[in-house]
Design a protein around this ligand. Sequence first.
Ligand code: UDX
Length: 438
Amino acid sequence: MKIAIVGTGYVGLVSGACFSEMGIDVTCVDIDEQKIARLLEGEIPIYEPGLEELVKRNVDAGRLHFTTDLTTCLDDVEVVFSAVGTPPDEDGSADLKYVLEVARTFGRNIKKYTILVTKSTVPVGTAKKVKAAILEELDKRGENIDFEVASNPEFLKEGAAIKDFMSPDRVVVGVESERAQKVMTKLYRPFLMNNFRVYFMDVPSAEMTKYAANAMLATRISFMNDIANLCELVGANVDNVRKGIGTDDRIGKRFLYAGCGYGGSCFPKDVKALVHTGLENGYHLRVIEAVEEVNERQKYIVFEKLIKAFDGGLKGKKIAIWGLAFKPETDDMREAPALVIIDELLKAGAEVVVYDPVAMDECRRRIGDAVTYAKDMYEAVIDADAIAIVTEWKLFRMPSWAIIRKAMCGNVVVDGRNIYDGEELKELGFKYSRIGQK
Ligand code: UDX
């Protein structure tokens, strides 16, 4: 079986590598010539554990190809996946220009029955627009070639992308015919052999499922952050509350960790886009809107705790930031809380020293030399007045506090991810604060 995947971002590249690992012949397409040139050299543009080996193995086996031109493989493939970006417009809606461009190229060039499957997260109703764009191009050609559109949202998490793709909890596919369903079944059977959990449904429901899933997860986080902030005021501990509620099967244990806010390429964008879709349809999604509001506020919480620790005077204080990526195991800093915290600290006149195991280059690219880049987590704390933990990398979980205490000139530790034992740190003479506990 042969397929093409347009867009070699996170979703496109991981999907391409994983499909090819299952023996499918995959051509990955991207208009970015530099990116394709790098990929052909075996260079992976993103940090994702295991991806480099996977790509190399399948390129060497001759099952995974890269090109800048979709038309070179279009005649051979049964399915074209569209995994191009949908950056948010100023008003929060998803910009579909790349998605529709793929549709037009598809319409201008197909010669036989082919399915165009949208994998990018796109608002409900996009499939209709994609179909219209293809029909328009076919019309211009004066040809009547059979084709179909389908929706197959991707649920993989950065940092665990390969595992998530290889053994997904479920695969959701929106189709318009049995013929397309058969093709998609063939494609996904290898991934879910024994426990085949592909949910076929109508296209709008598939499009909606992705947004509902992300909005639900984001809601859990903002809910817990709200509860955490109240815990601090009433003298409760949010970690106890989390355990207390998570053991209820209906609630479940996962995704209930309070912290300094969610970031990344999905939650912030998708939550905004969903609110926008609601408004476009005359419906005000009040809960989801509040989720976004709470998260924006939560990104300031570490800064506020630092202000409090120094009685408002951060001018000239040296603050070490541990963790820049929006979560561990990635170098992605899109919408990362660290960006807000650093910005506020600089505005307050603090000196900022940062360390992250993989996101240093990304940080340099974004904020240049406004901050100092430390060689390691210990160098970052030399002469620091305070440490703020922003990303819960494993590396930060059990540091040598005695060394740190000596190296610092102050003793403030603000734990934005609740990874330390407060009692232990207090005994060592640190002034320790965390999220959701007074
Ligand atoms: C998310 C969805 O999980 C995935 O299904 C979808 O396809 C894309 O969006 P990702 O953006 O990779 O994936 O990150 P995820 O691991 O879900 O974490 C998102 C953010 O939530 C991170 O900033 C993380 O720190 C935060 N988070 C997560 C919490 O603050 N508390 C939690 O309990 C869980």
